[in-house]
Design a protein around this ligand. Structure first.
Ligand code: HEC
Length: 294
């Protein structure tokens, strides 16, 4: 057995072990140990890849599948000099500053009213009083309804919400992801997210982990599979193939449909838990969105 295979087998048995524990004994679930194991696995598997002539660092995982191809990475860097998503940032900024019918703006709402650079990095979090995960799009929608405006449709179905998320991502560039799992409720949501990530689904019977952990770096059709570490750092993305902005949850929907599965309800507890889980695993990585993808 070569080294790579051995690590894969070890990791998968670790992951399976922790999932059994998830079902049986809440005390044995240790998000921090999971995160360290994921980092070790990803660095063991891919840490010797080079971009810009240097071996990749942990933060480079925020570039997704680009860490597997210096050519693609160089192309990405040149596109980012005149990024195609600038108009979406501008549009999002206008929407952010435009007063509601009652004269107030987003930055009068709790959770959105702090330092603009830090707004995105506060999400997602588990709200103990409400017993649910709150993500940025939900905070935006709750601010709207509190001010008598209609909420946007979730999961990329409203262009204005996608543009607002693009603007806030751009403002937050350089901030670090720092998601906390610090209450029993947060741990439950983390466990749900972990389960969603590891459960096989669809006619193709594949889990997120099958593609984005054990097969990261391999080719599927014409695409190289990204590692889950760093998945959340750069969203929303501008996808050239779609000619538009794609939000994280919209991408989740696309991936589930690609295995011919049924997506969860938009911004329902499964998707929010998945975002919490993926974000926790990327703790410490730098926010670098929005980003260009082919
Ligand atoms: C059959 C394989 C497959 C499965 C299963 C799958 N994906 Fe994907 N996913 C892809 C491909 C292909 C892409 C595009 C290439 C890339 O960036 O990984 C992608 C892209 C992504 C991206 C964007 C990465 C970036 O940098 O732009 C995220 C986030 C993602 N997937 C999350 C998930 C999650 C969460 C699940 C489980 C609900 C999942 N995927 C299931 C194949 C899969």
């Amino acid at each position: 057995m070569n080294n790579k295979l051995l690590t894969t087998t070890l990791f998968l048995s670790l992951a399976t072990g922790s999932m059994t524990a998830t079902a049986n004994d809440a005390k044995t679930v240790n998000p921090e140990a999971d995160r360290q194991a994921m980092i070790k696995y990803m660095m063991d598997m891919h840490g010797s890849n080079k971009i810009d002539g240097k071996p990749i660092t942990l933060d480079d995982f925020g570039h997704g599948a680009l860490i597997f191809s210096d050519d693609a990475y160089q192309q990405f860097k040149s596109v980012e000099e005149f990024p195609p998503y600038v108009e979406h940032i501008d549009e999002g900024k206008k929407l952010w500053n435009k007063p509601f019918a009652n004269g107030k703006t987003y930055n009068t709402c709790a959770g959105l009213n702090g330092d603009l650079k830090k707004v995105k990095a506060m999400y997602p979090y588990f709200d103990d009083a409400r017993g649910e995960v709150i993500n940025l799009e939900q905070a935006i929608n709750e601010c709207r309804t509190a001010n008598g405006e209609k909420p946007y449709a979730y999961a990329g179905r409203d262009k204005e919400l996608s543009d607002l998320l693009t603007y806030l991502a751009d403002e937050s560039r350089g901030q670090k992801i720092s998601v906390k799992i610090d209450s029993p409720g947060a741990l439950e949501a983390y466990k749900l997210g972990e389960m969603v990530f590891h459960t096989r689904r669809g006619q193709l019977n594949q889990s997120c982990a099958n593609c984005h952990v054990s097969s990261a770096g391999r080719k599927i059709r014409s695409e190289i599979l990204s590692p889950m570490l760093g998945h959340v750092t750069h969203f929303p993305v501008y996808r050239a193939s779609a000619g538009n902005i794609v939000t994280l949850q919209q991408r989740y929907v696309g991936c589930i449909e690609s295995v011919r599965g049924f997506p969860f309800p938009a911004n329902g507890k499964e998707f929010k838990a998945l975002e919490l889980y993926e974000s926790y695993m990327s703790n410490g990585l730098t926010l670098n969105g929005p980003a260009y993808r082919k």
